[in-house]
Design a protein around this ligand. Structure first.
Ligand code: GCU
Length: 410
């Protein structure tokens, strides 16, 4: 039957561990010449660029290589924010050399009790800066937000949206530990819908960056935006730009991993339940599948990624390789036991497998053979936990990340 193509197979989600078939991961250390990568120099010079390129080709599309010069404007600041505990800054970062409608607004809280420059946790929020705190001085976003966002009317935030996501942003806990917080709304870069690229930077910056919208993807746009925030943070002398920890939850965890892969200035990376297309092994048929994610979110990844929906074993990469691109920087991968959609075990296994690359740098990754008990940190420079509860970023998670970052940045 040469030339006969069978009907495409479907891969629904699976929550039954006994149905997970055996799979073989691509060898993260197998170099293009067939030899094993033996040391950190070969990793940095040969294998890392090779794997990064495989990601550009197969999952995320091109990461813009052209540097742009950001301009920024301090919109507002208060040295006595949050009851005097923090300095608040709201900074507009302009991304286009001529069009001032292309920007992202960064909200910063800098702890007042410590002498700067201070380390910072940078991360996107899901529906606007005004959601991370009940602080009424945060400028209410006016971008498109999903209709499920609290207080959204006609896809715009309202006063009722303020403080909608304070649980995910444990602001006072972070500040007390001596870290600053920097956050922006990911929709500033591209609204998270299939047609969002027409309203986002993949369109407005295509000539500036010399890259067509279909050569990359929404994840790429979000990841690239994070890099520009580093450009800003490097110019802010209240921040220690050598200590930028990047955190992303869920879809924003996928974007954070891609940003961490593309930009070595992120000194520490946290993947909070990033799941399919992020930290979870795609070849493991559990939770969300590659086919489902592409069907539900066609704009998230590059076109080529969609060709692997019914043939995941043909994908030249898998999540352990994405995680390996963080090496030798500290990496924290976290799961939640009720978040089966993200495949906690698949996240653990990829973090463990990526540890092989950390070993090339003499760094201890995860050596535990099986998943730890709930609320139990395992690993060294690669760290992992699974906590009780649902898909979310919680106080417990933040406490672990803050402890990890304090230890690693010491
Ligand atoms: C959906 C999607 C996941 C994603 C999640 C989120 O559930 O299928 O891949 O991680 O949204 O961003 O919360």
């Amino acid at each position: 039957f040469a030339g006969f193509k069978s009907q495409a197979q479907t891969f629904p989600s699976n929550n039954d561990e006994s149905k997970v078939a055996a799979y073989t991961l691509p060898d993260v250390l197998k170099m293009p010449n067939g030899k094993q990568c033996a040391n950190s120099r070969e990793w940095m010079q040969v294998q890392r660029p090779y794997i990064f390129h495989l990601y550009e080709e197969n999952q995320f599309g091109r990461f813009p290589s052209k540097k742009i010069n950001i301009r920024y404007r301090l919109l507002e600041t208060d040295k006595n924010a949050l009851g005097g505990t923090a300095t608040r800054k709201q900074v507009r970062i302009f991304l286009h050399p001529a069009d001032s409608s292309v920007y992202t607004d960064l909200l910063l809280y800098i702890p007042n009790q410590v002498k700067g420059p201070v380390p910072v946790f940078l991360g996107y929020n899901f529906s606007g800066n005004h959601t991370v705190s009940t602080d009424n001085n945060i400028i209410l976003g006016n971008r498109w937000v999903p209709s499920r966002a609290r207080g959204a009317v006609n896809n715009r935030a309202t006063e009722a949206s303020r403080g909608a996501d304070t649980a995910s942003w444990q602001v006072s806990t972070i500040l007390v530990k001596g870290f600053a917080i920097a956050t922006a709304y990911y929709g500033d870069l591209e609204p998270d819908t299939a047609a969002g690229f027409m309203m986002g930077i993949r369109s407005s910056l295509k000539d500036v960056l010399n890259i067509q919208p279909n050569e990359w993807c929404a994840m790429g746009a979000w990841a690239w935006g994070l890099s520009l925030m580093v450009d800003y943070l490097q110019q802010d002398n209240s921040i220690d730009a050598h200590k930028i920890a990047l955190l992303g939850h869920s879809r924003l965890g996928k974007a954070a991993l891609w940003a961490g892969a593309a930009d070595p200035r992120f000194a520490l990376i946290v993947s909070n339940e990033s799941g399919e297309g992020g930290a979870a092994i795609s070849r493991r048929w559990y939770g969300e599948t590659l086919q489902i994610i592409n069907a539900h979110f066609p704009h998230w990844f590059a076109a080529k990624y969609k060709t692997y929906g019914d043939n995941v074993n043909a994908l030249p990469v898998d999540a352990h390789m994405l995680l390996s691109l963080m090496a030798p920087r500290p990496l924290y991968v976290a799961s939640a036991v009720e978040d089966t959609w993200s495949d906690p075990k698949g996240e653990f296994l990829s973090a463990k497998e990526a540890s092989k690359v950390y070993a090339l740098f003499g760094k201890k990754g995860i050596d535990a053979d099986s998943m730890p008990a709930l609320q139990q940190q395992v690993g060294g420079t690669v760290r992992y936990h699974i906590r009780a509860g649902k898909h979310a970023v919680t106080l417990y998670d933040w406490e672990q990340y803050l402890q990890f970052a304090s230890e690693q940045f010491r």
